[in-house]
Write a protein that binds this ligand. Structure first.
Ligand SMILES: [Cu+2]
Length: 633
């Protein structure tokens, strides 16, 4: 144990309390006058149903950790009220802004005219303090969605809520009861301070980095040479394998329907019932792995769209995704809904209870699993790197000499020819899936990269041989003894709604620099970018390549993202496509929605840092005109 780890151990009691929150979770009853001056107290989220809504964005005082903070609320609650619309209705939503700054509401995954989409600077002017904006549009879809602020860091401060649209016809499955399970992440820090902190010290919250002790252990297990070589590769790429989340459980208290783990949100169920759970990841920066020990979950919809039913024990849900599952509570009084963060440093937790007050055991967090080189799309990395170094890291790496020395050592230790196989052998303890993917990746043609990535101070790595890996459960979920949902399991019950093959392909790379907390597409942050131009009516294929070591949930506003399978065929309709490190995935878009649309990573701080583009669909008459698209939220 080094000193840093020891220090952390001493902090453990405080840490645990922070992670799990205070018992009441957000409610200030026990804090009495502590809330004075911080605004009104939180109210319980209501359900609003119909086609005419009045929403008031304001501030309230809340405490999730014992400390009182100001949160952004809608009609006094966090999460915002549950809205229930009906497919085929025209909805009118008057949003009054009682903050002292601009606000906005974006209806995530909803197909509507661009000027109703709610992205300040792209699709409208925002809602100034004290003013009311009226949204009005036809509802042309059904399913589980959500809504959230698209202004500043208001989403991190609590402006998010569930949105359910009842279908006009019947659904192909029945259920006796339903619950919304909205997951989110809370921090007592001011989000702007948090953002600045990440800019200064991107690894601040990452306590998972490997230590000297790990090195000794790995060396004993794998031998000194492979261990040295793997470390050298990581060093050369300027990455730390523990960087699974920028903030993670060391900085966040995770909430389920606005309630801390200690608060234990509880949903009533009865034995033998079929219950529909509508999972929504409404967090700013977190990816969750969700399971309900003892209850298999049958996934029936993803991102609001129906899928062929598939039964699993666990699923990973990226920021902004939604997933509907059916469960049938059995003999137990209670079942724990357990949503651990991807970095395994915290969890959201709630209970399905057949008897009032019943609880079930809360599982331990899984062990941290590190990204391997194969995870990063670097199978066969040494060969590729030797032929054409993807990036000259030595130019700006502070400890470049050290890395170079290791790299040289590594090259001597093992000839490039067997590098991939040798690497796979020690890449990860649970590595069957990785090995298989490594094989795929190794056989693929080397990945080309946009010229704008070369010599770019905002780009610290490039995937040498990325692949779709749709059937990969993802890092930390492989071979864990549970059936884990993958994108390959999500199959649309309806054929490609457009039916035309894509006329052209647009390839965009997800890029970043960990040490600078820089995020962009093709190495160009939003501030320096031009819109992606689509011709009205065209069917295009968008290919994304993840050149970073982090997973990015990519969201296109206004149009569906029709995920393609590995053969390039339509597979499932989504609004958010998550991109694990080292993947190359494609989706089809029908450009049937004229106007400027936001297209971005849904990790709030990545978006803020520049992983954002405007996608502009031309008018029906093809008349291109200027939009003031350069003032990012
Ligand atoms: Cu991102």
């Amino acid at each position: 144990m080094n000193d840093r780890i020891k220090a952390l151990s001493r902090q453990q009691p405080t840490r645990r309390r922070f992670l799990q929150g205070i018992a009441a979770g957000g409610v200030l009853a026990a804090l009495g006058n502590g809330a004075r001056g911080a605004g009104a107290q939180l109210s319980t989220p209501s359900t609003l149903q119909g086609n005419d809504f009045d929403l008031v964005v304001g501030e309230a005082a809340a405490s999730f950790t014992g400390r009182v903070s100001r949160v952004t609320v809608v009609n006094g609650s966090l999460p915002a009220p549950l809205l229930r619309w009906r497919e085929g209705d025209t909805v009118t939503l008057r949003v009054r802004n009682e903050l002292d700054e601009e606000t906005s509401i974006h209806w995530h995954g909803i197909v509507l005219p661009y000027d109703m989409d709610g992205v300040p600077g792209v699709s409208f002017h925002g809602i100034p303090a004290g003013e009311t904006f009226t949204y009005r549009f036809d509802v042309r879809q059904s399913g589980t969605y959500w809504y959230h602020a698209h202004s500043g860091f208001q989403e991190q401060l609590g402006l998010y809520g569930p949105l359910i649209i009842e279908p006009r016809g019947s659904e192909p499955f029945s259920y006796d009861r339903e619950h919304v399970i909205l997951l989110s992440d809370w921090t007592d820090r001011d989000p702007l301070d948090l953002y600045r902190l990440l800019k200064r010290q991107p690894g601040y919250f990452n306590y998972n980095d490997r230590t000297l002790g790990d090195f000794v252990r790995d060396s004993k297990r794998d031998g000194l040479k492979p261990t040295l070589r793997e470390r050298a590769e990581w060093g050369r790429m300027r990455m730390k394998p523990g960087d699974l989340a920028d903030i993670g459980g060391h900085g966040y208290t995770y909430l389920m329907n606005g309630v801390t783990p200690a608060g234990n949100w509880t949903g009533a169920v009865a034995r033998g019932e079929r219950v529909r759970l509508r999972f929504i990841n409404g967090s700013a920066m977190s990816i969750f792995d969700v399971r309900i020990p003892g209850l298999p979950m049958t996934v029936v919809a993803a991102d609001g769209q129906r899928v062929e039913p598939v039964t699993v024990d666990e699923f990973r849900i990226s920021a902004a995704e939604t997933l509907d599952v059916l469960v049938e509570p059995g003999a137990e009084d209670a079942y724990t809904i357990f949503a651990q963060s991807m970095d395994r440093a915290g969890f959201a937790r709630g209970t399905l209870a057949a008897r009032e007050g019943a609880t079930a055991a809360v599982p331990a967090l899984d062990a941290v699993v590190y990204l391997s080189m194969a995870d990063m799309g670097h199978a066969g990395h040494e060969t590729a790197a030797a032929a054409a170094p993807p990036q000259d890291h030595s130019a700006h790496a502070p400890d470049a000499a050290d890395h170079a020395a290791h790299a040289a050592h590594a090259a001597q230790a093992s000839p490039p020819a067997d590098a991939a196989a040798d690497h796979a052998a020690h890449a990860a303890p649970a590595s069957a899936a990785v090995d298989e993917h490594a094989q795929h990746a190794a056989s693929a043609a080397p990945q080309a990269h946009p010229a704008s990535e070369s010599g770019n101070r905002g780009v610290d790595m490039q995937a040498a041989a990325p692949s779709p890996r749709l059937d990969d459960p993802g890092v930390g979920l492989r071979d864990n003894g549970r059936r884990v949902l993958t994108y390959a399991d999500l199959k649309s019950p309806f054929p490609d709604p457009d039916g035309r093959a894509p006329e052209r392909t647009i390839e965009l790379h997800l890029t970043g620099h960990m040490e600078r907390f820089a995020w962009s597409f093709d190495g160009i942050p939003f501030s320096g970018s031009d819109p992606v131009e689509l011709r009205y009516g065209e069917r295009v294929r968008i290919v994304l390549v993840n050149d970073t070591m982090m997973e990015h949930p990519i969201h296109l506003h206004g149009m569906w993202s029709d995920l393609e399978n590995e053969a390039g065929e339509f597979q499932v309709r989504k609004h958010t496509i998550s991109m694990p490190p080292g993947t190359r995935r494609s989706f089809r878009v029908t450009a049937d929605a004229p106007g400027p649309w936001a297209f971005h990573c849904h990790l709030l701080f990545h978006m803020e840092a520049g992983m954002f583009r405007v996608v502009r669909v031309s008018d029906r008459e093809e008349g291109a005109h200027e939009h003031g698209a350069h003032s990012q939220t």
